[in-house]
Design a protein around this ligand. Structure first.
Ligand code: IPM
Ligand code: MN
Length: 365
């Protein structure tokens, strides 16, 4: 089974390498025949070939069962307009793969609570998932651009009923597997697109009478995330609000480096850690690979339907944290062992194999 690997920019290659290491090491145990094929995207691809999403990259992704992406973004291109920057490669890839629901879980780890700037009593027990619409909104709405004399610029926040319907269904289905609550986030006191969003979500909710639906304005949601995050189960929201709220939700997990995401609903599932390319620490082997490795677990569960493999990786991640191993972003304190990116990858990999053997022996019995 072919998996497309898109390391991308900044710390992308470092964290992706650890993600592959884990998958390679457990694949035998679960009888998975994984083939990794690497392609350029983002700034690396622009330097290579002039395009942030070369045709061979897109073809390679479409020809795979899943895509694992590192990060995209490079300060070298900061002066360029959005349509020439590395980020456009990722946006085009998302569009071409067609996945419209971006799933971003944020769960607090008991052993990492000291790591957050928030008081533990506020966020302990947080276990939420942001379902972010990924192909609409101001990211793709037309018209967009600059006025002729460059004295103004504009983007269009736009949602169609069908776009809201399809992502809402994903959110309600997920809620059914969890705590049966959806909080839809909008700005319907000001924006028409949000008004349509809210009305559509309410209509879809009629098919899910067992799921509780609440609505909250995005500004209030931003506050609730850091004052009472435990109230949330599924947060359903649009592309821009979801982008912002998911970085905020990262403080609940202890570090942005921990957050994973998957994009589903399209031709090929796409997995990317939420942290960006972090150019300031790139190449130093100090990045946190746990977000990327967590993506491998999500991929096993969602694309491969292999819960044992996913559980093995997730248990291994929980174990390294519990045993006090920390990369520098996880503010190592007394009693912790600070490790480098590849050391963290090595540990998780070893523990994943051990956990896999445990899962496998249970399974065999
Ligand atoms: C994210 C990122 C991307 C986004 C960028 C790199 C285009 O911030 O995945 O959260 O805005 O969607
Ligand atoms: Mn973002």
């Amino acid at each position: 089974m072919k998996i497309a690997i898109l390391p991308g920019d900044g710390i992308g290659p470092e964290v992706i390498q650890q993600e592959i290491r884990v998958l390679e090491n457990i694949s035998d145990i679960f009888g998975l025949d994984l083939q990794f094929e690497e392609y350029p995207i983002g700034g690396v691809a622009i330097r290579d070939s002039g395009s942030p999403l070369p045709a061979e990259t897109l073809e390679g992704c479409l020809d795979s069962v899943a895509v694992l992406l590192g990060a995209v973004g490079d300060p070298e291109f900061d002066d360029l307009l959005p349509d020439k920057r590395p980020e456009i490669g990722l946006l085009q890839l998302r569009q071409q793969l067609g996945g419209y629901a971006n799933i971003r879980p944020a769960k607090s780890f008991a052993s990492l609570v000291d790591n957050s700037p928030l008081r533990p009593e506020i966020f302990e027990g947080t276990d939420l998932v942001i379902v972010r619409e990924l192909l609409g909104d101001v990211y793709f709405g037309e018209p967009r651009g600059f006025s002729e004399d460059l004295s103004a610029a504009f983007n269009t926040m736009r949602y169609s009923v069908s776009e809201v319907e399809r992502v809402s269904k994903i959110a309600f289905e997920m809620a059914r597997q969890r705590k049966k609550k959806v909080t839809s986030v909008d700005k319907s006191n000001v924006l028409e697109s949000s008004r349509l969003w809210r009305e559509t979500v309410i209509r879809v909710s009629a098919d899910y009478p067992d799921v509780k639906l609440e609505h909250i304005y995005v500004d209030a949601c931003a506050m609730h995330l850091v004052t009472d995050p435990v109230q949330f189960d599924i947060i359903l929201t649009g592309n821009l609000f979801g982008d912002i709220l998911s970085d905020e939700a990262a403080v609940l997990t202890g570090s942005l480096g921990m957050l994973t995401s998957s994009t589903v609903g399209g031709k090929v599932d796409l997995y990317e850690p939420v942290h960006g390319s972090a150019p300031d620490i790139a190449g130093e082997n100090i990045a946190n690979p746990l977000g990327a490795i967590g993506c491998a677990a999500m991929c096993m569960r969602q694309t491969f339907g292999n819960n044992n493999a996913a559980n093995a990786i997730e248990s291994a991640i929980a174990r390294v944290i519990k045993e006090g191993f920390r990369t520098s972003d996880m503010t190592p304190g007394p009693g912790n062992t600070e490790v480098l990116c590849d050391e963290m990858g090595e540990l998780v990999s070893r523990y994943s194999v051990e956990e896999a053997h445990v899962a496998y022996s249970f399974h065999a019995v």
